[in-house]
Design a binder for this molecule. Structure first.
Ligand SMILES: [Zn+2]
Length: 134
């Protein structure tokens, strides 16, 4: 697992899925198979559909260009948001912990800032993307 991908930073580096070249789209297409039952896309490593748990068929069908773009947009728009939310929860936990034990000290504030700043940036960024509809 790639950390950059996990944090959604890949999507930040190239946020506009529309700008993918045909070659890149093709590379993304073959990373997924389309469930014959529910039509959802699952990554090639998955032996079962993530949604309906149908087994991966013998003759897999890769998604169409439109389907892969839709899926990429959907996942690209939610990853930074959840990462931001996660960091925000972390900042709040540090705050609560600090205030319960001995009051908030400079040390705590630095830590809170370390989580809070990227958290807010990610959340604002994903909200902005949502509004723009990309
Ligand atoms: Zn399915």
């Amino acid at each position: 697992m790639n950390i950059k991908k996990l944090l959604g930073l890949d999507e930040i580096a190239k946020p506009i899925v529309k700008d993918l070249s045909d070659y890149e789209i093709e590379a993304e297409r073959i990373r997924f198979w389309k469930c014959p039952k529910c039509k959802e896309l699952t990554e090639m490593e998955g032996k079962m559909c993530w949604k309906c748990y149908a087994d991966r068929p013998q003759n897999i069908e890769h998604p169409s260009k439109e389907e892969i773009l839709k899926t990429l947009k959907k996942s690209a728009s939610s990853i930074p948001f959840y990462t931001g939310l996660f960091l925000l929860v972390f900042a709040v936990l540090i705050y609560i912990r600090g205030s319960l034990h001995r009051g908030i000290e400079t040390f705590d504030l630095v830590f809170i800032g370390l989580f809070l700043v990227p958290a807010l940036l990610l959340i604002i960024y994903s909200a902005y993307r949502k509004i723009r509809g990309s």
